[in-house]
Write a protein that binds this ligand. Sequence first.
Ligand SMILES: Cc1cc2nc3c(=O)[nH]c(=O)nc-3n(C[C@H](O)[C@H](O)[C@H](O)COP(=O)(O)OP(=O)(O)OC[C@H]3O[C@@H](n4cnc5c(N)ncnc54)[C@H](O)[C@@H]3O)c2cc1C
Length: 482
Amino acid sequence: MAFKTREGYYADLRAMRPNVFKNGHFIEDLVTDPATKGLVENEAKAYDLLQDPQYDGILKAKSSLTGNEVVRWLTLNTEGAESLKKSVEMKRFFFQQVGTCMAGICVGHNIMNVLWSVTYDIDKEKGTEYHERLKNWIINTESKGYKVAGALTDAKGDRTKSASQQENPDANVHVKEIRPDGIVVSGTKTMIAHAAACQEIFVSPGTGYKEADKDYAVAFVVPRDIEGLTIVQTDASEGRQGWDDMKYADQSSYLIFEDCFVPNERVFLCGEYEHSGDAINRFVGNYRACIGSCVAGQGDIMIGAAMLMARANGLSTKVFKDKMMDMTIISETVWSLGLGAMLAGKEHESGVFFADPKLACVNKAQAGKKYAELRQILQDIGGGIAETGCFPNYTDCMDPVIGPKVMAAIKANPAVSAETRARAARLSEWYARAGGLLAFTHGGGSPDGAKLVIRATTPYEKYAELAADIAGITEKVEDPKK
Ligand SMILES: Cc1cc2nc3c(=O)[nH]c(=O)nc-3n(C[C@H](O)[C@H](O)[C@H](O)COP(=O)(O)OP(=O)(O)OC[C@H]3O[C@@H](n4cnc5c(N)ncnc54)[C@H](O)[C@@H]3O)c2cc1C
């Protein structure tokens, strides 16, 4: 089977309705517009790599539905823990290629697998036909090798109130009307990574709902340019000049649905609120197990950036071997925590595999904290120039009169050009500014959300009983009563 090329991907994007808004206008060509070209370049890189057979084992896999060889990021995780392991190997590999998140191969893929299990459960219980619809969508989409964004996070509104209690009903995506041939939806999803650069967007509940909120229990998939959807790009430091303009970008979007019609064949949950909790819980389990690959993949490049900075500064990397070792241990710790969560996971009756939720949440809690440490060590090794806002911009470096004086100040190691030191410093600063990615704190849910799962699944009282038994304590030892 011929796999999509960069040119094919560009053609997909260019054939779409311009519904991506940034800097006061709808973007005509996402591929060339300064606001989005880095984002598109990021996602396009995967299509280049698909053409190189040496990466087939990482990027391609057999479809469990058709038996055809397809892109791994659109396959069902039907080969136990091995499927998830292969998926994180692919993610770490992509991080190593673009230095940041390639969300079009990640979030939608996870939602697709989750909905495979949830639609199976609903159909079994209610005799609906969601599972068959999803199967048809997957078969069609995997043959095209699309990128699929994943939208769970609603604007939410007042955090103390449920969706139906919000003053603004559109704070959460919901069903406004059910027609014989489909549904009409409105509402806003926020912070949706790489949605603008994907061909399709999966929408799934951002939380578990009760009966009063059943209109909000909705899951569907739409083409990125569907009528009734406006995509507002978030702010990022794109559009700069020369080496200040990073080649690859990580951006997210606000998705504003206004009376958007979604045909039945693309709807996978509509009002079955009892299953919305499964949709979100299974999502965060796998996402949080996989987040170690994001930290580790980015950590690999941060170690490389630290080495470049040390050498451009005129120092041997031997000076920093302990600090580089600390960076390596952080990366490999979260990587292996994720692998552990996979090993302890289990298969759902529908055939797809889910990581162990508790270990996945432990990984997530670690990833958020440890990433900050990685960044700190990178800046420590690089010096002030690798922190934020510590050297002039490219345009001033190129000024015919002032530029040479600035470049002379940037030059350190006589064997390394000033431009190389500037480029290595911008890359390091990119991570410091979180231009690379800072999804490790809130991506995949808040750290407190992860801790709730850990608390709920840890038998603390049992541990106290076991300790008492070993210590020979026979009386009951309880928390003091107020
Ligand atoms: C870089 C990045 C990429 C992302 N990509 C995606 C994506 O591709 N798709 C997607 O769907 N989402 C994405 N997200 C969104 C992410 O899932 C959310 O940021 C996350 O779930 C937290 O939600 P929030 O930002 O609304 O924070 P909030 O829910 O407002 O949480 C803020 C703080 O308040 C606490 N809190 C919230 N509610 C309560 C309450 N009722 N009582 C007590 N404490 C409370 C939380 O624990 C947290 O500490 C991304 C986020 C980032 C940063």
